[in-house]
Structures are given as C-alpha cells and as structure tokens.
Design a protein around this ligand. Structure first.
Ligand SMILES: [Zn+2]
Length: 148
C-alpha cells in the first residue's frame, strides 16, 4: 500500500502540485492515548505540496478531536482542534527521494492542543476559585485604603 504521507519530490517537477487528503488514525502517527490526552477522532488531513525554487512547501490543514481534563475541576472534556493553513518548508537539499510528513503532522497535532482548557469554556467550578482569588487580593493589599 502506498504511503500517502511520503511526498516524492520528483513528482513535483515543472510546477506540479500534489494534494493529500487522508484520514489518519492516531496509531498511524504513533500517537498513544494517555490519561490526560485522548484522541477521540481520526486526524483529518488536507495538504498541498509544491516546489518553489529549491524548497518544498507543504500547506497543512488538520482537524481532530481530543479529550483533555479541565484544569479547574479535572473533568475530562472533548475539544475540537483545527489547524489551518500551516506551512512546512524544507530545503530540497535535505530530501533524498521523498519527504515524510508523518512526524511533522504528529508534532503539529501536539503543538495545537491547548495546555489549558476549561469545561464549557468556563468551568462552573471557577466561581469558587474566583472568590478565593478575591480574598487573596485583599490580604495582599491590606493598606490600599490608606493611600486616599
Ligand atoms: Zn471544569
């Protein structure tokens, strides 16, 4: 079976471009689910590869869904992740026959996953934390009234 993620630079001669449409299982990218990060859907890939002088340019769009724990209440929440119009640029000098997109896609996936998420984009438990912050603030500035 042909590997869609191998981009052969010979095929891109004479201003030809290659469109890659693929749906990748996370295990195809050697991604293992972890307790704090679960891939809920296959990764939809839409890419376009072409050459500009001595460089290979790949325009990448990705779409997938993950589960990450809410940073406040720790409940596992699902989040849609979309990567739009990202460019990978590689010098042709560094490519023997094909460029393997696999690791780059894997990296891009992880880069786009937010490190901080809240359930419902505003965790109901946040209210408790806000109150706590307010009290803290008062304690930190006990003499703020005296300046007036
Ligand atoms: Zn929450």
């Amino acid at each position: 079976m042909e590997n869609n993620l191998h981009i052969f630079i010979d095929r891109l001669k004479d201003n030809k471009e290659e469109i890659i449409l693929d749906t990748l299982a996370s295990k195809d990218l050697d991604i293992k689910n972890e307790k704090e990060l679960i891939f809920r859907s296959p990764i939809e890939l839409e890419a376009k590869a072409y050459r500009v002088s001595e460089e290979l340019i790949i325009n990448v769009n990705l779409k997938f869904r993950v589960s990450i724990p809410c940073k406040i209440c720790n409940k596992l929440i699902e989040k849609d992740i979309e990567v739009k119009n990202l460019y990978i640029i590689e010098s042709l000098e560094n490519i023997k026959t094909f460029y393997d997109l696999k690791d780059e896609i894997k990296n891009l996936c992880f880069l786009q996953i937010p490190s901080y998420v809240e359930c419902l984009d505003s965790c109901p438990s946040r209210q408790n934390i806000k109150n706590y912050f307010k009290e803290q603030k008062k304690e930190n500035f006990p003499f703020s009234d005296l300046k007036e």
